[in-house]
Ligand binder design. Sequence first.
Ligand code: C5P
Length: 233
Amino acid sequence: MQSKIIVALDFDSESKALAFVDRVDPEQCRVKVGKELFTRCGPSLVKQLVARNFDVFLDLKFHDIPNTVAHAVAAAADLGVWMTNVHASGGSDMMNEARESIATLSPAERPILIAVTVLTSLSAEDLQAVGVRASPAEQVLSLARLAQDAGLDGVVCSAAETASLRSALGTEFCLVTPGIRREEDAKGDQKRVVGPAEAIANGSDYLVVGRPITQADVPLEALADFNRAISGS
Ligand code: C5P
């Protein structure tokens, strides 16, 4: 069975990203390409990762008018990615059109489509400053429900939100959780972190892990350690 660990390939060049993946078996992890790596290296790197049999999460958090986002999601599917995402705050029509743009693909070709609810970098005050009166927790839940009602497959959520979203949204809704650290890992800029086994126990389907693996002295050992921590789950 393939790993539930998604390694964030937060590298600034194709050669660094490929140097990492060329030492890893696609059974050991999936990989995430975010805005920096995509903007530097583009679709060609994504295609190379897909050609090496990696499940690629294209994390570009699309947010635009429905027609534009629908075409962008279809373009992501054309690259052969396994998962991609949009901002739930783009609204129901945007999410519906995004889902419809890939609805006719076969299950093997259709990427898992998830939504970002509230960026974890935003505080209650930040939300109020952009006109959102709800608390971050309330806003996360209402945007996650909006995503579910639009037929999306899941959401990205912080470890702090996983258990409540799992109970509110049911077992079929996919929860993808960053901010994962073992006890020995530096937190970096993550404020609230959870261990890998605990995140899975709380209901996460996939764990996004970046620096604890990519910046480790021996990245492959760190990856194996994360896989061991969640084995049997
Ligand atoms: O290095 P680290 O494990 O903190 O990397 C986490 C990855 O997950 C990064 O690519 C980061 O952009 C992403 N992410 C996050 N928090 C969110 C959403 C995405 O850390 N709320």
